[in-house]
Structures are given as C-alpha cells and as structure tokens.
Design a protein around this ligand. Structure first.
Ligand code: APR
Length: 237
C-alpha cells in the first residue's frame, strides 16, 4: 500500500459534473447514447464509414461545450487548491474544470478543444470551439479528426492517474456511472485509509469504502469542499 499524502485530493469526474452547465450526460434518460449510436459516432469504425457524420456530431458538441460555463461544482473543486494539491482525472472532454481554475487536469478521454491528425504519431492543434471539416488536413497531410479517445482506443494518462489515486488522502468521484473501463477501475486504487466520497443522482454499485452522497453536484460538492477546506492539514512543504 503506497504512502498516503495528506494534502493530496484526487477528483474523478464524469459528465454529471457538467450536466448543470447544460452539457448532456451519456446514459441518463436524455443522455447522448439514448439519442445517438456510439458505435456510429464514437468509434474508429464509425469514423472510417462516415467521417462527415462524426465530424458534425463533435462540431455540435464542441460548440456547446465552448459556450457552456463552469458551474458551482467545478468552482468548488477548483477552490480546494487553496489548501490541497488537487489532481482532476476527468472522463469529460469539455474544459470546464480548467475554466473554473483547476490547474492539474488529466483528460483520459481526450479534449473537444483539440484536433489531431490521423497518422500513427499525430500532431495536436488547439481549435477551442471551432469546427473540423472534411478536407481540413494536418501538416502531415492526414485528415484532421477530433482529439477524442473513441471506444476501442487507448485512454490517456492512466498510469499517472492511478499513481495519484493510490496516494490521495481524499478521493471524490463525481458525476460518473462508473460503467466505462479502464477509467472506472481507478476507484479500486484508492487507499484504504483515504476519505472516499461519490456524488451522483444515482449509482448502480457504490465502490467499496466510498460514501455515497446522493444529489446534484452543484448542491453536494460545494458543501463537501467547504468541509474538506475546514479540515485541511497544515502546509508543511
Ligand atoms: N449531479 C451529479 N451527478 C449527476 C448529475 C448532476 N446534476 N446529472 C447526472 N449525474 C450522474 C448520474 O447519476 C450518473 O451517475 O452522472 C452520471 C452520468 O453517467 P454517464 O451518463 O454514464 O456518464 P459518464 O459516467 O461520464 O460516462 C463515462 O462513457 O460514453 C463514454 O466517453 C464517454 O466519458 C464518457 C464515459
């Protein structure tokens, strides 16, 4: 068991933390995968078959994410940096954690604000809320695609995320159904003695050792952040 770091917090977030900013989740009643097929729009196979439909799907999501604002949960999470080292491991592809002020964000499923080439060693380009169109090429001549990790592709930063979860004295899971691996498996690395909380409207199975705080992120997360800030260990750096 790795050594606990009293001043480290890891936040594992999913689409539910951005729901109250107006961005859709995936598996709730109005979730994206209830209106669209991930096989057609979020897989390498779908990209091969109809790149225009995939580009249009992500262009719409990118524009909405770019127009959205961070909510009270994103802001409360960012406020924890006043007294803790906070590492955010997010499955989300929006930039709302960063725009709320969080400085250490690992996007394990990629980022809407970037495009990349389709070569084996692609270059990344920051495009913010701009669309990608067919025929728009990377410098290496390959078609630009969303810098999103599609189903069947390798997630990013997993080893780094795992190491942070294993040493965090506090772990907050917020707004994720924990149904997509390997991201969901990160909860298993939480230290036995860490404080572990899970915030969601509903959850199939609460991971072992986690306290389920049922409710909306903008209600529950600010209260939890205030409690953790009141308990902050002295800064002995
Ligand atoms: N406050 C707190 N939790 C919420 C809120 C809210 N306002 N709204 C929804 N939730 C919770 C739901 O209870 C559910 O547990 O957020 C979770 C959303 O789960 P999913 O829709 O499955 O989204 P997520 O877990 O982020 O999906 C993971 O699946 O398709 C892939 O790449 C995609 O990153 C995504 C991954």
């Amino acid at each position: 068991m790795k050594q606990l770091q009293p001043r480290k917090i890891v936040v594992l977030s999913g689409s539910g933390v951005s729901a109250e900013s107006g961005l859709p989740t995936f598996r709730d009643a109005k979730g994206l995968w209830n209106s669209y097929s991930w096989q057609e729009l979020a897989s390498p196979d779908g990209w091969q078959r109809h790149p225009e439909a995939v580009l249009a799907f992500y262009n719409e999501r990118r524009q909405k994410a770019w127009q959205a604002e961070p909510n009270a949960a994103h802001i409360a999470i960012a406020s924890l940096e006043a007294a803790y080292e906070v590492v955010i491991v997010t499955q989300n592809v929006d930039a709302l954690h960063e725009r709320a002020g969080s400085r250490h964000v690992l996007h394990v499923h990629g980022e809407l604000a970037y495009a990349r080439g389709t070569s084996p060693t692609p270059r990344r380009y920051r495009i913010d809320g701009e669309p990608i169109v067919l025929g728009q090429l990377c410098e290496d001549g390959t078609q630009l695609r969303p810098d999103i990790v599609w189903f069947g592709e390798s997630v990013r930063h997993f080893d780094e995320a795992e190491a942070h979860v294993a040493t965090a004295a506090r772990v907050l899971v917020v707004g994720t159904s924990l149904t997509v691996n390997p991201a969901a498996s990160l909860v298993q690395y939480a230290h036995r003695d860490a404080q572990k909380a899970l915030v969601a409207l509903e959850i199939e199975d609460v991971p072992r050792g986690f306290t389920f705080l049922q409710g909306r992120a903008t209600d529950v997360v600010p209260a939890l952040a205030a409690k953790w800030l009141s308990e902050a260990p002295p800064d002995t750096r």
